[in-house]
Design a protein around this ligand. Structure first.
Ligand code: SF4
Ligand code: SF4
Length: 442
């Protein structure tokens, strides 16, 4: 694609990077076929190619974002299916990240929108605040239909997404020693939303790692990865959160890896080197942290896991989170891990399409998110699985809100099959099944 940025514009490294990306696009339109928003409504402006044109026009003309541009970019899930499909290697993620920052800085959103975004940005990345808000949401859960009926769709969505589970306080800094001979040392990103919504995921991760000789460090000072605010274009906050994590992990010696159990966060941590490339003090440590970052399935695939028992006949529908399959290109490892441990793994048809979770997307764009969830749940339920597994808390929460099937993190099943406890969600949903398998194990 031809561009016409001026030399003065190209002096800005972010504009120069976007110009490089724009030039790579040959507007062939292959990406439209796998874009969830285009698949739903067939609107060119809600396709990757359409969005690329909108961004080009906005940046090239150095224009403030219009309501129309904000509408179509806001509808983008940042699922990155378009990057997997694109034959020209267009780095859509960096382009849309830049566009979101430009929109945040130049577009004056309606008041309600601004308040909601500020509320989410000041709440979700902070586990103690998030936990309090979840308690309130649990109390208000029965009023979700009423909120929907009077037009408060976003509030209704937030209430429906709140789990009934008893909420644990977030974990503090800790070092959990390996059992037996120490064979490795890793830091684990406890996460913000992850550890409050589903502490069993990090518990399973610690369990399986330490049983296999890996020491786990929860670094003091590490917190939200920054992706929640990054995807809202709040660049300064995102970079501050990234720097906080880099400082925390750089203070720990002898790390083999930094492990992340929420693949949405993993995609962002692996991008720290790019995000901080122009920061003289942080460029180098950011690149080091990004190189150490690994998704939990990616790391476990390299360990000689010892199966404690197999899971005979337990059918797992594996939902491949967009951030894992498109963002990190990790597709094989989670399924191979589960199959090796005795689960019957089924791929979900249309697996390239997002479930509608996408960070705060399901709150900010409840209608599109609901339609995507219904489509995803339909394809999953037709497989008639015993359990759904995914590598991202956002997908687990989103899918679980639309089905009676239990949804768990892949690592919970891996932990269980290698000697850990049965995942609590499975015990609650299918007590007879969990008991049958536990008896088989014993
Ligand atoms: S597939 Fe790639 S090159 Fe083709 S229009 Fe989409 S982004 Fe551009
Ligand atoms: S990131 Fe996903 S929703 Fe956004 S343009 Fe690409 S395929 Fe479409």
């Amino acid at each position: 694609m031809q561009t016409s940025f001026t030399l003065a514009q190209l002096a800005d490294p972010d504009v120069a990077e976007s110009e490089k990306i724009l030039r790579a696009c040959v507007h062939c339109g292959f990406c439209t076929a796998t874009c969830p928003t285009y698949v739903l409504d067939g609107n060119e402006l809600d396709s990757p190619r359409g969005r690329i044109y909108l961004i080009k026009d906005m940046l090239e003309n150095d224009r403030p974002a219009t309501a129309d541009v904000a509408l179509h970019i806001d509808r983008c899930l940042s699922c990155l299916a378009c990057m997997t499909t694109c034959p020209s290697g267009v780095h859509y993620m960096h382009l849309v990240d830049h566009a979101r920052v430009h929109i945040e800085q130049t577009y004056n959103r309606p008041l309600g929108e601004r308040v909601l975004r500020a509320f989410l940005a000041k709440l979700l990345p902070y586990p103690n605040r998030f936990r309090l808000a979840l308690k309130a949401a649990q109390a208000g859960k029965p009023f979700a239909p009423l909120a929907e009926a009077i037009g408060l769709k976003r509030l209704a969505t937030m209430l429906r997404l709140a789990p009934w589970r008893r909420l644990q306080p977030p974990r503090g800094p800790d070092t959990i020693p390996a059992m037996g001979e120490r064979k490795g040392r890793v830091a684990l990103l406890a996460g913000c939303v992850n550890d409050v919504l589903a502490p069993q995921i990090n518990a399973a991760t610690i369990g399986v790692l330490t049983r296999h000789g890996i020491e786990v460090v929860l670094a003091g000072g590490a917190g939200c990865c920054g992706s929640l605010v990054h995807h809202m274009g709040r660049e300064a906050e995102a970079l501050a959160q990234a720097r906080g994590n880099i400082d925390a992990w750089s203070a720990i010696r002898g790390l083999d890896a930094i492990l992340i159990t929420a693949s949405g966060c993993g995609t962002t941590v692996k991008d720290y080197g790019f995000m901080l490339r122009n920061d003289k003090a942080y460029a180098e440590p950011a690149a080091r942290v990004a190189n150490l970052a690994k998704d939990i399935a990616e790391y476990l695939a390299g360990l000689p896991l010892k199966a404690d028992h197999s899971a005979p006949g337990l059918v797992v529908a594996y939902h491949s989170a967009c951030s894992l399959q498109h963002g990190q290109r990790i597709t094989r490892q989670p399924k191979e891990l589960l199959a090796k441990l005795g689960f019957v793994v089924k791929d979900v048809p249309e697996g390239h399409l997002c479930c509608g979770s996408a960070g705060t997307y399901n709150i900010l764009q409840p209608d599109i998110a609901r339609r995507l969830r219904e489509r995803k749940v339909g394809t999953i339920e037709r497989l008639r699985p015993d359990v759904i597994a995914a590598g991202n808390i956002g997908c687990i929460t989103q899918i679980a809100a639309g089905t009676a099937l239990p949804a768990v993190h892949t690592v919970e099943l891996v932990d269980w099959a290698t000697g850990g406890p049965c995942p609590p969600t499975l015990r609650e949903h299918r007590p007879a099944l969990a008991m049958r398998l536990s008896t088989a194990a014993g």
